[in-house]
Design a protein around this ligand. Structure first.
Ligand code: ZN
Ligand code: ZN
Length: 150
């Protein structure tokens, strides 16, 4: 099973393109009313996932969700290189106070399902990554998985 989410990212630094990523969630996520409502066809025998897209290495993004959920308001990204490496410290709150961490990923996220995305990454543009993120979420839902999207 592949452990890398992207064949072009290096061990420590991102490749500069975009990625889709899938985080397996603890089963407790399925008990949250908002999650239940979004997943009427959920098969409780199948794991729940968070599906997102990012320019970061997916592991870096998972660490961000975790850190922001834990209440920290900043994150020093270790996956940037060149110009990105000099601006890798950013704040939790984005424009209009939107948090940059997702509750489901931060509270219930366990690990990345690299096997699902390794053959899909990297994507050349944000638009393509977001489109694929939607498609992947729908496919996983059709298979009975509970899915939350970024
Ligand atoms: Zn990459
Ligand atoms: Zn990063």
């Amino acid at each position: 099973m592949p452990t890398s989410n992207c064949p072009e990212c290096a061990a420590e630094t991102r490749c500069g393109k975009y990625h889709v990523y899938v985080i397996q969630l603890k089963p407790a996520a399925a008990k949250v009313p908002r999650f239940k409502k979004a997943n009427p066809g959920l098969d409780s025998a199948r794991p729940c996932f968070y599906v997102g897209s990012t320019r970061h290495k997916p592991q870096c993004r998972l660490n961000q969700h975790k850190r922001f959920f834990a209440g920290h308001d900043s994150f020093e990204c270790p996956c940037g290189k060149g110009k990105a490496a000099r601006t890798r410290f950013f704040f939790n709150r984005g424009p209009r106070g939107r948090t940059r961490g997702n509750r489901f990923a931060g509270e219930f996220g366990m690990f990345l399902k690299s096997d699902i995305v390794a053959d899909l990454n990297p994507l050349p543009t944000r638009a393509l990554a977001e489109k694929l993120e939607q498609q992947l979420g729908e496919e996983l839902r059709e298979l009975g998985h509970g899915v939350w999207q970024g």
